[in-house]
Design a protein around this ligand. Structure first.
Ligand code: ATP
Ligand code: MG
Length: 303
């Protein structure tokens, strides 16, 4: 069952900015990674899911409830960690926690205490004097204290030191095990790979690819570098219909999907080759490909 649904979401801020016709879903208990360069539309999508912005067209819902018109019902179900944490500076951390407990209807202090302990945060000081990381931790504590079913995490570990990043990653792993549904935007490939079941890539406001994390871990595509014995052998290979990404003289580089491997091996039949090297495309390489240009590795991969 899909818990988060984004259906043809469009918000046009002009000059090509915003999100356009974005559709995806996150199933109950699933973690979807949301990757994309700066300005791609990740935070905009999340703000719509929180009901802070209304779609120009399309629909966003959580647990079947429209995020705009039923926002009040969703607040207790959803934990949101914004990309930019803006906290009221006139309060102490503790006062802020109490204010959020009131808003979220959280009565027990037990979870707050364990979160403060886990993230090693002393909330007694004024928010104004907290470091960026401390403010981030405070936002983490308030996002998780109601033990929400759905988590919208916008670059959750930015501003946290490496030790705290690890603590956070472990914490998310345990939340996943408890069946939480998570949408997580990040620029850290290892974090996305470690935590997510599927990964959606957004660029210039449009979803360009969705891949299974398992496929990423096994290598999304294979890049084969072939050195032929002669140019004649190379031409024979080309005549079989294979399209290299790069070729010069006796050498060529060709991207081969798993589904294309048979065709590739068939194309090599009858060709004399000197060497054949295989390189599996990592998530970072796959992502950077979208970042740098519009081409895909032999076609968009959708999961
Ligand atoms: N309220 C707004 N008014 C005008 N333009 C906006 C508004 N909010 C976002 N944008 C524009 O929409 C685009 C997407 O912004 P968004 O914050 O969603 O990007 P992002 O993917 O979260 O980027 P980052 O990785 O830098 O956080 C950007 O070009 C941004 O300038
Ligand atoms: Mg953002």
């Amino acid at each position: 069952m899909s818990m988060i649904e984004v259906d043809k979401l469009t918000k046009d801020y002009g000059h090509g900015r915003g999100v356009f016709d974005v559709s995806f879903e996150v199933n109950e208990g699933e973690t979807l990674g949301f990757l994309g360069p700066n300005g791609a539309g990740k935070s905009t999508t999340m703000r719509h899911l929180m009901g802070f912005s209304r779609p120009q067209s399309g629909r966003v819902s959580i647990a079947g409830m429209d995020c705009g018109s039923q926002q009040h019902k969703l607040l207790s179900k959803v934990g949101y960690l914004p990309g930019e944490v803006a906290l009221p500076e006139g309060l102490t951390g503790q006062q802020f926690i109490e204010m959020m407990q009131g808003l979220r209807g959280v009565r027990s202090n037990e979870r707050v205490r364990s979160l403060l302990e886990l993230f090693r945060l002393d909330p007694s000081g004024s928010v104004k004097r907290m470091s960026i990381g401390e403010k981030r931790k405070l936002a983490v504590v308030t996002a998780f204290m109601s033990d929400p079913e759905v988590l919208l995490l916008d670059e959750p570990t930015s501003g946290l030191d490496p030790v705290m990043q690890e603590v956070f990653t472990e914490f998310i792993r345990s939340e996943k095990k408890r069946g939480k549904t998570i949408l997580l935007s990040s620029h850290i490939f290892s974090e996305v790979e470690a935590l997510c079941d599927r990964i959606a890539i957004i660029k210039d406001g449009r979803l360009v690819s969705t891949v299974l994390a398992e496929d990423v871990r096994h290598g999304l595509h294979n890049i084969m570098t072939v050195e032929f014995d002669s140019e004649k052998d190379f031409r024979r290979f080309i005549q079989s219909g294979m399209e290299p990404d790069e070729a010069s003289g006796r050498y060529c580089r060709v991207t081969v999907d798993d589904s294309d491997m048979d065709r590739f091996i068939h194309a090599l039949k009858g060709c004399r080759i000197r060497s054949l090297n295989e390189h599996c495309v990592t998530l970072e390489e796959y992502f950077m490909h979208f970042y740098k240009n519009n081409k895909t590795f032999g076609g968009v991969c959708n999961a």
